[in-house]
Ligand binder design. Structure first.
Ligand SMILES: [Zn+2]
Ligand SMILES: [Zn+2]
Length: 423
């Protein structure tokens, strides 16, 4: 008997990643990520469920909620072993606690299940290997955000690599993924940007810095809404390197996550820059401070939420939108139906609302590999027979899949949620 894969989430969609791998021994079931998505009304959506008692172990790639958010569900009636990096464990805890506070009513688990999960977690490091029954697991770098891994599993004669989310360029936070020399018969790969190449990061950074500089010089305020995990710290590191004497504030959960990054030097590429951020820029500690910052020409504010859904950015935007001197600089992906997307497309904060007078920009600071990078990743894997494309929209998956099939002669599968593959 070979390996079986059941896609429980992220089948032809971005979000709620979950793949169940059943080993050749017929008794070992390993969950690869178990994340949540959020619908238009911000209600959490879980992947398809399986009885937790059937799960032997769960391997978490990283701390974004679309990869770890639903994992406590697997502890409602069982105690499978979980594996992840120490940083993912600490950030994951923070992210899930926050989600329980905001959306706990809709979730099929509570705080005690989160604690049970943490108690049953084995923290693993880059380059380590371990066994789950007779399945051998290698821990590899994914380059996506600090603490993010990909996993390679070997069961009998068959090997499977699961990417989680990947990035193939170096950033100030993370070293890029390299799969050179990695051997896998099956590659389960994200395909968020399967039909799109990112512009050069250097060029994006230069334009971003130029934009911020001109706002500050004109006496405006630059508001940079950014995801609390990784994007905020990456922007702060860039600002401290290129505009070290500017007046920068950071707010919301970006503060706690910066502190967690600083606790775990081994996961951060440019640790020196994060130390400099901590020593030079100012965390926002009170609502009086927020009020004062909004009257301080030349200041720069980095704050969640990246898509303008909730978070302290709400406070700032209400006070800054109506002045053409100010600028709103989006640096994160803007999902359809989010206020950030509406602002970009329609130039207003509410449907039918007044036109925002502040200038609006969007910069592509993606932490996901672009189409050509994903293609090259596939090319670099040895002994590859099949690629299973997940975590991407249908257009993205098929564009990338056909390119892989035609140019590399490697077959691809685009499973829907609930589909089982025997490999
Ligand atoms: Zn991610
Ligand atoms: Zn993801």
């Amino acid at each position: 008997m070979g390996i079986e894969l059941t896609v429980l989430g992220a089948g032809r969609e971005v979000g709620r990643a979950a793949v169940l791998l059943s080993g050749a021994d017929g008794r070992t079931n390993i969950m690869l990520d178990y994340g949540v998505s959020f619908d238009e009304d911000d209600k959490p959506l879980l992947p398809l469920t399986v009885p937790p008692s059937k799960i032997t172990a769960i391997l978490i790639t990283h701390a974004h909620l679309d990869h770890i958010g639903a994992a406590p569900f697997l502890y409602t009636s069982a105690r499978p072993m979980a594996a992840m990096s120490r940083l993912t464990l600490e950030i994951g805890r923070l992210m899930i606690e926050d989600m329980l506070r905001l959306s706990g009513y809709y979730l099929p688990f509570e705080y005690p299940e989160l604690i049970t999960m943490l108690e049953n977690t084995k923290t693993v490091g880059l380059g380590e290997s371990f066994w789950i029954n007779n399945i051998y697991v290698d821990v590899l770098n994914s380059g996506h955000i600090p603490g993010a891994f990909m996993y390679r599993l070997v069961s009998g004669e068959r090997s499977v690599a699961y990417t989680g989310d990947v990035n193939t360029i170096d950033t100030r936070l993370s070293r890029r993924l390299s799969t050179d020399g990695v051997e896998a018969n099956i590659l389960i790969m994200e395909s968020t940007y399967g039909m799109y190449d990112h512009p050069s990061r250097q060029r994006v950074e230069d334009l971003f810095i130029e934009t911020v500089r001109s706002v500050v010089e004109d006496g405006g305020i630059a508001l940079v809404p950014a995801f609390s995990l990784a994007r905020s710290q990456e922007i702060l590191a860039l600002l401290v390197e290129r505009l070290p004497h500017s007046n920068v504030y950071y707010d919301g959960m970006a503060k706690e996550i910066l502190d967690l990054f600083l606790k775990h030097r081994e996961f951060i590429s440019r640790y020196d820059l994060l130390e400099k951020v901590k020593n030079t820029f100012t965390p926002v500690r009170s609502s009086e401070m927020r009020k004062r910052i909004c009257r301080e020409p030349g200041s720069i504010v980095v704050t969640p939420a990246g898509m303008l859904k909730g978070g302290p950015v709400q406070y700032y935007i209400k006070r800054l939108w109506n002045d053409e001197k100010n600028t709103i600089i989006l640096v994160s992906y803007q999902a359809p139906t989010t206020p950030g997307r509406r602002l970009l497309m329609l130039g207003s904060l509410e449907d039918g609302g007044p036109r925002v007078r502040a200038k609006i920009y969007w910069f592509d600071f993606s932490s996901h590999a672009g189409a050509t990078d994903l293609f090259n990743l596939v090319k670099s894997v040895k002994n590859l027979e099949k690629v299973v494309l997940v975590h991407g929209g249908e257009d993205s998956i098929y564009t990338l899949g056909y390119r892989i099939r035609e140019e590399l002669g490697v077959d691809f599968i685009a499973p829907k949620n609930g589909e089982k593959l025997s490999l």
